[in-house]
Ligand binder design. Structure first.
Ligand code: FAD
Length: 174
């Protein structure tokens, strides 16, 4: 569905409840508890990857730093990764600004890969040209599962940098 047709979607709470029929009961409860006039369509959006996330004692993390489309379903997960790397980078750095720059450097390559690949996959999902749709559907039907799963495996596998002995795990909050 194009952003224009997504934005113009005129479905109701009933349509949503039908689409989620068979899901866990809590999903139905959330839909039923949502006022009808709170149902509206919001097209997913990203933006070109930002090469610079901050300066001095300011940085960005999570969606503010690297919003991505939903195809790889990793926006929330990368938000958690950001938080872990940010905490360790600051704990290991001589001063706060250096910790923030170390965090940005450590997160750039992975988040750029996720933003770019979420975009490419989403573009394929939303394809509306008949020939391209036929090609996509054929690929989805006949390509080996291992090939189709490759980007998802990469997206869901993250090894954080080695923070060394200077960085103790941040204390758990009580
Ligand atoms: C349809 C959809 C499906 C998704 N599926 C997945 C998935 O399967 N897996 C996954 O990992 N991720 C998924 N995501 C992505 C994930 O939800 C986001 O990447 C994640 O929530 C980003 O966290 P955040 O803290 O950056 O932003 P948010 O979760 O958006 O939090 C920002 C908060 O700031 C508040 N806020 C905004 N402005 C102000 C202000 N001026 N003052 C005070 N508060 C303010 C907002 O109300 C909000 O609570 C999905 C996203 C969408 C839209």
């Amino acid at each position: 569905m194009s952003p224009e047709s997504a934005r113009a979607w005129k479905g109701s709470r009933e349509d949503i409840a039908r689409a989620f029929g068979g899901w866990a009961e809590v999903v139905g409860e959330v839909i039923r508890a949502t006022p009808e006039d709170a149902v509206h369509a919001v097209p997913a959006q990203d933006r070109p990857f930002l090469e610079r996330w901050g300066e001095g004692s300011v940085t960005l993390l999570r969606d503010a730093a690297h919003p991505m489309l939903t195809a790889l379903a990793q926006g929330g997960s990368t938000a958690i990764e950001d938080a872990v790397v940010l905490a360790h980078s600051c704990a290991a750095a001589a001063d706060p600004a250096a910790g923030l720059r170390a965090y940005e450097e450590a997160r750039r390559a992975r988040t750029k890969w996720l933003v770019d690949n979420s975009y490419s996959l989403s573009k394929g999902e939303q394809e509306e040209r008949p020939l391209a749709m036929a090609l996509r559907n054929t690929l989805m039907r006949y390509a080996p599962t291992s090939l189709l799963m490759r980007p998802f495996e990469k997206a869901m596998t993250y090894t954080s940098p080695d923070f060394g002995a200077q960085s103790q795990a941040p204390p758990a909050r009580r």
